[in-house]
Design a protein around this ligand. Structure first.
Ligand code: B12
Ligand code: SF4
Ligand code: SF4
Length: 342
């Protein structure tokens, strides 16, 4: 077995769904696009996109010894329609990626297990493992390795898993035979661009994060800008609209990883969520990615959904939160009241 064959076999044994190899070198175009994204301010308040830009743009700027990158994918395909709850306006829509256990933990654990196996197998060859939070351009690297292509919604689309792959990488000093990149199979389709409720794509393959509901509900601090509140509907954590409409999802399968299965009700009632105090929020979302936005940002989002619900039974929940100690929550509660009882 060649080293790549052995690593692929071990990664699949550990439960990864896709494994490909590429050189630890990104083309200049990736840097130029990252520069264009950040220089135009499209990253909004994600200051960390700016601070370690050099390392993000080029693997060897992060780790000069890196020779190859192992690009790995873990399927989190939902076994239900992630857009079905959008019509249930007294309930919350939570992105499919956040229904189960935090993928950072699940993917990191697998990456570490593969890293330990490699350390034994290829003695003396250092490596580093990454998922999401490091300054690594995960999608361009995965596309270059042939795991899929960056669709017009900017995420990686796979011929076998559609839009539903989490990405992780191993940077290694091993010289591994690179795989061929995947070509773009979007063609004339523009379903994702047309599905976006907030018109967050200024052009195909380009996202303005400041308009994206995923950014607004997860990354954005402070009040949600008024122009996007109506369009958020009942999406309280992330957004799946552009991913879910992709025709390549017809080849996707439901996640085999049980830890990604919904841990509770897929679309919980807004009334129940609005009542969570800090302790109850932390207990309910322990081990979930939702925990990281904290109770106040979460309740802010729930209140926008309450304002959009048209359900006057939710008026008492909004009224109570007008007195909340957090000014952003209190302002969102007043907005919700105005929508329900103008
Ligand atoms: C910042 C970030 C966000 C931001 C910005 C998203 C974005 N598109 O940049 C926000 C908070 C909005 C976000 C949202 C989501 N995210 Co996010 N996010 C990231 C993060 C940390 C960095 C991404 C980044 O570098 N963006 C900067 C821009 C410049 O990079 P880019 O999108 O690759 O841009 C390229 C294109 O614009 C392209 N391009 C430009 N012009 C052209 C023209 C052509 C012809 C082509 C081919 C390409 C092209 O070139 C650029 C650079 O190569 C990554 C993890 C990581 N470390 O990479 C996760 C990551 C991208 N997110 C992920 C997920 C799952 C999501 C959500 C689906 C979550 C949700 N359901 O709410 C949404 C999807 C929203 C969307 N349509 O992108 C996954 C995506 C997995 C996949 N299969 O692709 C990642 C990889 C995390 C992971 N490890 O799994 N995210
Ligand atoms: S995640 Fe939602 S808001 Fe963001 S670009 Fe996709 S469809 Fe638009
Ligand atoms: S919905 Fe269409 S345009 Fe968008 S990523 Fe999928 S194939 Fe490409």
């Amino acid at each position: 077995m060649t080293p790549t064959e052995a690593i692929r076999a071990e990664a699949l044994r550990l439960g990864f769904d896709a494994v490909r190899f590429t050189e630890a070198l990104l083309p200049e175009a990736a840097r130029e696009r990252l520069d264009a994204f950040v220089d135009s301010g499209a990253h909004g308040g994600m200051g960390w996109m700016e601070t370690r830009r050099e390392q993000r743009a080029q693997p060897r700027a992060l780790w000069p010894e890196a020779v190859s990158v192992i690009a790995l994918g873990l399927n989190y395909g939902p076994d239900y329609d992630p857009l079905a709850s959008l019509e249930q306006r007294h309930r919350a829509t939570i992105s499919a990626y956040a229904q189960g256990r935090d993928y950072h933990d699940v993917v990191k654990k697998r990456l570490k297990a593969l890293g330990q196996w490699m350390a034994r197998e290829f003695r003396g060859q250092p490596l580093k493992v990454f998922v999401d939070t490091a300054p690594v351009m995960e999608k361009p690297l995965a596309a270059q390795a042939g795991l899929g292509w960056q669709g017009k919604h900017t995420n990686l689309v796979s011929r076998s898993h559609g839009s539903w792959l989490f990405l992780g990488e191993i940077y290694t000093t091993l010289a591994l035979e690179p795989d061929a990149p995947e070509s773009d199979h979007c063609g004339s389709c523009r379903a994702c661009l047309d599905a976006c409720p907030t018109a967050a794509f200024p052009a195909p393959y380009r996202l303005d994060a400041r308009r994206c509901i995923s950014y607004l509900t997860i990354e954005h601090h402070g009040p949600i800008p008024k122009e996007f509140r109506r369009a958020m509907g009942n999406r309280i954590y992330g957004c799946d609209d552009c991913l879910a409409v992709c025709p390549w999802n017809k080849f996707a399968r439901a996640a085999a990883e049980m830890q990604f299965a919904p841990r509770a009700e897929i679309a919980p009632r807004l009334a129940e969520l609005a009542g969570l105090d800090d302790a109850a929020f932390r207990a309910r979302f322990a081990g979930s990615p939702i925990k990281r936005i904290g109770r106040n940002r979460f309740i802010r989002n729930v209140l926008i959904a309450i304002g959009n619900s048209g359900d006057t039974a939710l008026l008492p929940a909004a009224r109570v939160l007008c007195e909340d100690g957090d000014p952003v929550v209190a302002e969102a509660a007043r907005w919700a009241l105005e929508q329900l009882d103008p």
